[in-house]
Structure formats: C-alpha cells, structure tokens
Design a protein around this ligand. Structure first.
Ligand SMILES: [Zn+2]
Length: 309
C-alpha cells in the first residue's frame, strides 16, 4: 500500500497546515545537534526519498529557508538515510521556536505542540507529517489490520496517543526495541485515519481488500452452514436406514405396501441422496415432502414393531 508515496505528493493548501505538517515531521523524525559556537543543526531524517523531498519543500514554504540533503548509508545492508538539514542560523532558530521545538527557556519541546494541532485542518496535517516519517500500514491480506507510528521519544508518543484518543480512535501504545509504538488495530479506525491524513487511494485500496475479505468470510460461513446441513441429512439417512432394517428383520420389505417398499429400497440403495433426490429416483417421481411423509410412515411402522418386542 503506497500510503506514504501518496501523502508525500500532497501539497498543503494553507500555510498553517504546511507549518503543522513540518512540525509533525520534525517531532517524529527530527534530529537536533548542537555544534560549535552554539550553532544548532536541525534535520528531518528519513529513509524515504519522497519524504525527504517533501521536507525540503516544506522548509522552503514555511520558513523560506534553504535546506540541504545529505545521504548516509547505515549498517551492513547499507540502508540509506536521507537527512534534510537546515542551514544553521538565526532564521533556523526562529523556525524552531515557532514550531515549539525550541522552548522559550532554550530547552527542547518534545510533546505535541498545542499551537500546531488547534484547527481540524492543522491536526490532520500534523498527523500526516508524523505518519510520513514514522508510520506504516501493513497489508491486511497478510495477518490483520495494523497501522503504526514508531517514535523514539516516550513523551511525544504519549502526546500522540492522547491526540488520537481525543479524535475518538481506539489507540494502543507499546514499547518495542526501546522505541515507542503508537498503533491502531481496528479496520474502521485505520480507514478513518488514512482518510483523515489524506491517503485516499490507500484508503480505497484498503476498503477494496475489506470488501473481498468480507465476501470471502460470507462464503466461508455458507460453506460451513452447508457442511452442517450435509451432516444433519447424513445423520437422518443413517436413522432412516436403521428403521428400514428393523422392518426387514421383523416382517420383510416385501410385505410393505408398494409405495413404502419402493421408498425403502431406494433409500437403502442411495444412502447419500437428499429427500428431493430420493423423490426423483422413484418410478413415479414425487416431491420432497411426499418423500418425507413416506419415510415418516416407515419410521412409525418400525417403532410399532420394536414396541411390540
Ligand atoms: Zn491548517
């Protein structure tokens, strides 16, 4: 599901939302480094080139600041990490203060900044920014429905958790390998979340899979019901054959009235046939309910014979 690629292409129409989205990206996947001469370097880190491109664009749009992209390779698999870095300077500091990443006291803000999520439009944009750098949704064709955002800061994870809870999502939080995971498991919630942050194609794809899944579930239920019915009719046939055997033992089938004798013989010859099929197997075909009627008469006869001893 290409939710991220779709979201990376989205361009926020309002400046307030562009600011919120950049804030979300920096909160979830930003890094701050203090260099010499108190120079602060801020960067968005991501392994997705389309996300890096979007960060570059948002830096320019929100603060009018140039940024540079540095590519690093990590680990034996040479995983590529894109660092979109702001050139250090007073403007960068101003932007960080504006996004509440630098607090007025000079500290680093780690929670969800209220000013970025006040409006509905901005809240959605903020969540989009967070999802772009830290989120993923797994293909529900595999295990189950699962959408998660993985962040390193516990306080920010809590903030994200409460933000989603306020938006009425059934949200969960867990720690995995020293990182915080905020996730959704409910299919309706995942669909609503994707819709909220603007991943409409991914949402449609998910809904398509859901429809297929539900249809398949319906078919399974039908097959199960049918199996149950087959088992029921097999049990009934076994019982009918038992009565017929009783009659044969007691008086012999040849002494039965012609209609009942034929019914008994057809049942014995076709133990697997349904009542409707039995009716068609007679020399003069009869309906399912007529078959049922004759079988009941055979049963009554057998019962009378066993009662007599
Ligand atoms: Zn907005």
């Amino acid at each position: 599901m290409a939710a991220r690629a779709e979201l990376a292409r989205l361009r926020p129409s309002k400046v307030c939302c562009a600011r919120a989205e950049l804030g979300g990206m920096l909160r979830a996947g930003g890094s701050l480094r203090l260099g010499g001469e108190n120079r602060l370097t801020v960067a968005v880190e991501t392994e997705h080139p389309e996300v890096a491109r979007k960060a570059l664009l948002l830096f320019r749009r929100v603060a009018g600041l140039p940024a540079e992209v540095v590519v690093e390779e990590h680990g034996p698999l040479r995983r590529r990490i894109y660092q979109v870095r702001l050139v250090p300077g007073p403007e960068a500091r101003r932007l960080l203060a504006d996004l509440e990443i630098l607090t007025p006291e000079g500290g680093i803000g780690v929670d969800v900044p209220a000013s970025l999520v006040r409006g509905d439009c901005c809240r959605a944009a903020f969540l989009r920014g967070v999802y772009l750098v830290s989120g993923s949704v797994c293909d529900p064709r595999g295990s189950g429905y699962h959408l998660e955002m993985v962040v390193s800061n516990e306080e920010f994870a809590h903030g994200l958790y409460y933000l989603l809870r306020l938006a009425k999502f059934k949200v969960h939080q867990a720690r995995r390998k020293g990182r915080e995971v905020v996730y959704l498991k409910d299919a309706d919630d995942i669909a609503a979340f994707l819709g909220l942050i603007g991943a409409h194609t991914a949402l449609l794809e998910l809904e398509g899979i859901r429809v297929v899944k539900e249809v398949r579930g319906g078919v399974n239920r039908l097959v199960n019901a049918e199996t149950a019915n087959v088992e029921k009719s097999v049990a009934a046939a076994v019982e009918q054959i038992r009565w017929i055997e009783v009659i044969r033992e007691k008086i012999g089938l040849e002494r039965l009235p012609k209609a009942l004798r034929e019914m008994a013989l057809v049942r014995l010859a076709h133990p697997e046939a349904s009542l409707a099929e039995l009716g068609q197997l007679l020399a003069r075909p009869i309906s399912k309910s007529a078959v049922n009627h004759r079988l009941r008469r055979l049963r009554r006869l057998a019962e009378e014979m066993t009662e007599e001893g």
